[in-house]
Design a protein around this ligand. Sequence first.
Ligand SMILES: C[S@@+](CC[C@H](N)C(=O)[O-])C[C@H]1O[C@@H](n2cnc3c(N)ncnc32)[C@H](O)[C@@H]1O
Length: 453
Amino acid sequence: MESINTFDQAAVATQSDAIKGRYVTATKAFAPGDIVFKDEAFVYSTCDCEELLDETTDFTKLLDSNEDQTSYARSMRKSFHKILSAMIEMEIISDVDRAKCILKCITMYIGDKNSLSNLLQLSYANEPACKAAASTLRKDFPIAFQSIPLSVLTKIIGVLNTNSHELETLNGTGLFLSACLMEHNCAPNCSFTTNETTLWVTAIRPIAIGEPLSIDYGNMFYRPTSERQATMLEGYGFECTCVACTELPDLARAFICPNCPSGIVHLFPKEGYKCLQCQKLMNQKQIDQVCALEKELQEELPDTLEGVGQAAKGLLHQHHYLLFWALDALGLRGAQALVHNVTKLAHMWDRIITSIEYVVPGAHHEKTIYYDQLAQVRVITGDIGGAKQAYSKAYEISCIVSGANTPPTLALKELVDDVPKSRDELVERYGTGHEDEYMEEMEESDEEDEDMD
Ligand SMILES: C[S@@+](CC[C@H](N)C(=O)[O-])C[C@H]1O[C@@H](n2cnc3c(N)ncnc32)[C@H](O)[C@@H]1O
């Protein structure tokens, strides 16, 4: 990882326009799998103290292992517990790691007013909610917050709310000042990976000189267009006009064609609900019918395999996102519990993977996780050859989305080279920890299904 270029060294340029603000473009061509640049977290925190908030009011006990007293201004230490508790009650902050990042930024600002100059240039969404949170904090904790101008506190809250990245290996979040300049696209040309406090950006499609580099801000894997657009508007304050939103059919909303037996209907942005096979459009009555069913399912997803089958009511295609996510919940729980009903589990996973390959055919980091899960399921079913194939697929995708010689890809390579051979070996290698809980749930669901048979 040391040899990867930082943003300043990389073949990228920062540009700006009236709609998007600043964005990043390529100054050389990139191939899929090329790492474009890496970035170190400007500020980060973990959720480690979340449970302790109920148990202790002692400031020092609420510090992460990488923090010491000086990570937080003297003025906040005495009421630290109360401040954190109040901040996580605020919807715009919610998480303890984000609250801590905000407090650390304020500490930096108190120490040196110029220390946040790059952060304070970033755009953010939901200004009124950020301002309301900042005003409340200044009113309720004057000693800690009154020395920060309202406008600065508002901006710190807003920037961390809009721009933080999850740090999976640390169970926290961080702010990456260069990576967050990249624009959003629902079908992006780059993917990002994090390891500890480093984030790196990898090209997942061929990128030409001058092309904007984009990522998916909301990790909207297998989500319908309307949901992606609503997330961008609510969370980031802009209307997404990418090709996937404005020109391509919405593959995640898939319906059985009422006019031809094997046809699949999607909503096309300009034409309406059209069958890919017979090209006929659905009429208003048919549209109303499928929309009503979607609404019903959005309220409550089925939680058994049979329930998923029945929910389609002959109208939704098996690739429909609501059926997919219902199946995903069952399949993931099943895989983690290493359940005994292997035939059922194998069937669910075949369907999950087939649907993913239909709706998200290109490289996507979520697919490495699904193929890894598929491999685990195949180990459980005793299909070690099939498991090796699935691990190989996960590895192949990881080479594109995270780069070949990076920790997550090398971890998959180890699994390809030395496939676990049994459930016990899987538990040993993965250490899931929730087996008992899930096992109970799956056994209950098995019993229910048997009762229904
Ligand atoms: C993470 S920041 C990106 C940096 C920002 N452009 C700047 O100059 O500070 C996110 C913001 O960039 C803008 N943005 C990003 N992608 C966009 C897109 N595809 N269309 C319109 N605005 C976009 C939105 O204002 C969004 O809230």
